[in-house]
Ligand binder design. Structure first.
Ligand SMILES: Cc1ncc(COP(=O)(O)O)c(C=O)c1O
Length: 439
């Protein structure tokens, strides 16, 4: 398939990227070449959305120029070509997380993937799916468990599922530093737990959660596990089989791909037993005026005309990441994250959320500047060409728990350098003096 890409340079697989290589990688990203407010753009908002290398944009364009057609339906050559690239893309993305090709369902984003599972559970709870769907049926005696550090995308769908089924939603609390209370997890997860949904890496704290420990605990009680891998799949090697999770979700736009595409991984036997969420064309075998029979996974979850160019472009992004090396990207971002946190900790009046310097984290840091609203911090940085995220980062309960309403977040990716981090730190050091709140 024509989704092979070549990053600017390749290094041995066991070394982290470095500044020189990050700069070469940056050349593949046209958007990063611009100036913002008269300064070279320093893009530190990849945790929200990452940028696209040229090869990803070209893959999408090539699809529309050469193959645009609906998949799985037509007998003509273009439809066959479109179906081929669509299914090849699935194989590439599934392989990236060590899933089977039939275990990867295309979604619009991670949010849709979580909603798909939550709605499928409530359809099962209404009796859909027959005996095979028994294990997805929830009622008032059952519990759904999440954590206090979840993105709203991995919280609200479960609140709604609890509402629809009468199940109880419980959460594993965080401590004052934002660490997950594993002692509480042992108490909360029990025989009533039917599903545990938690984030692999926190989009606010940068914490990497112990997936193996939590998954083993949930499985010991017969519960299913959904992993929000939005902040891990783009940044580190993720093997869903080794992690032993039952479902996992991630978004293409956070991993160098386009918007409008994401994926849900589900264990084969679970996906084939789970009643569909969206229904309509392309997901059925036979339909009468009274009822329909559904295709096996993944098609049973892909109703309607699909996101074909986006799937192809995401596969191109995956090839780009893979060729660069996920271990090397992870190691580089760990260095950048450490530099971010260590630098922020030195700035008077700045409180960093999550693990302290020296403790493992992904390459992002959210922080509060005492006496200055995060929106003012964001605007001050933007004036210097530095793009960061401000607000609650879709994690209001976590912010409330840590006694804050909003924070500023800097998040790195493979195209960032230590110069980016240093420019950011120098600018943050100027925030309180600028707003006249220094002590
Ligand atoms: C941890 C986490 N989960 C879920 C999401 C939701 O992703 P999307 O908006 O692409 O569905 C995000 C996005 O910021 C995230 O960081």
């Amino acid at each position: 398939m024509p989704v092979v890409s070549t990053p600017s340079s390749l290094r041995p697989a066991d070394s982290a990227l470095d500044n020189e290589e990050a700069l070469r990688i940056r050349n593949d990203f046209p958007i990063l070449q611009q100036e913002v407010n008269g300064r070279p753009l320093v893009y530190l908002d990849s945790g929200a959305t990452s940028q696209n290398p040229t090869c990803v944009m070209e893959a999408e364009q090539e699809f529309y120029e050469q193959r645009n057609s609906a998949v799985h339906r037509g007998a003509h050559s273009l439809a066959v070509a479109a179906t081929d690239v669509f299914e090849d893309a699935r194989q590439t993305v599934a392989g990236f997380i060590n899933a089977g090709t039939d275990e990867l369902v295309w979604t619009s984003n991670a949010t849709e993937g979580i909603n798909l599972v939550a709605y499928a559970f409530s359809n099962a709870s209404l009796g859909r799916g027959g005996e095979a769907a028994e294990r997805f049926r929830l009622g008032p005696a059952d519990e759904i468990v999440v954590t206090e550090m979840e993105h709203h995308a991995n919280l609200i769908p479960w609140q709604e599922l609890a509402f629809r089924t009468g199940a109880t939603l419980r959460f594993i609390p965080v401590d004052d530093d934002g660490g997950l209370r594993l002692d509480e997890a042992e108490r909360i997860i029990g025989p009533r737990t039917r599903i545990l949904a938690f984030t692999h890496a926190s989009n606010v704290l940068g914490t990497i959660n112990p997936v193996d420990q939590l998954t083993a605990l949930a499985h010991r009680h017969g519960a299913l596990v959904l992993l929000d891998a939005c902040q891990s799949v783009p940044h580190m090697p993720v093997d869903v089989k080794a992690l032993d999770v039952d479902f996992a979700v991630f978004s293409g736009h956070k991993m160098l791909g386009p918007t409008g595409i994401g994926a849900l991984y589900g264990r084969r036997e679970l996906l084939n037993a789970l009643p569909p969420f969206l229904t309509g064309g392309s997901m059925i075998t036979t339909v009468t005026m009274e009822k329909a029979e559904y295709l096996p996974a993944p098609q049973r979850f892909e109703a309607g005309t699909q996101r074909i160019s986006q799937a192809m472009a995401l596969a191109t992004a995956v090839n780009y990441l893979r060729e660069t090396g996920m271990e090397r990207i992870h190691a580089w971002e760990a260095q950048l994250g450490e530099r971010l946190v260590a630098g922020l900790e030195q700035i008077p009046g700045v409180r960093v959320l999550g693990p302290k310097a020296g403790v493992e984290r992904i390459g992002l840091a959210a922080f509060d500047v005492e006496g200055v609203h995060s929106h003012d911090v964001g605007q001050f940085l933007d004036d210097k060409g530095i793009a960061v995220r401000v607000g609650h980062h879709c994690a209001q309960p976590l912010h409330r728990r840590l006694g804050l309403v909003s924070t500023t977040r800097a998040s790195t990716y493979l195209y960032n350098t230590t110069d980016d981090v240093d420019a950011f730190l120098e600018a943050v050091a100027g925030v309180r003096p600028f707003f006249g709140v220094s002590s």
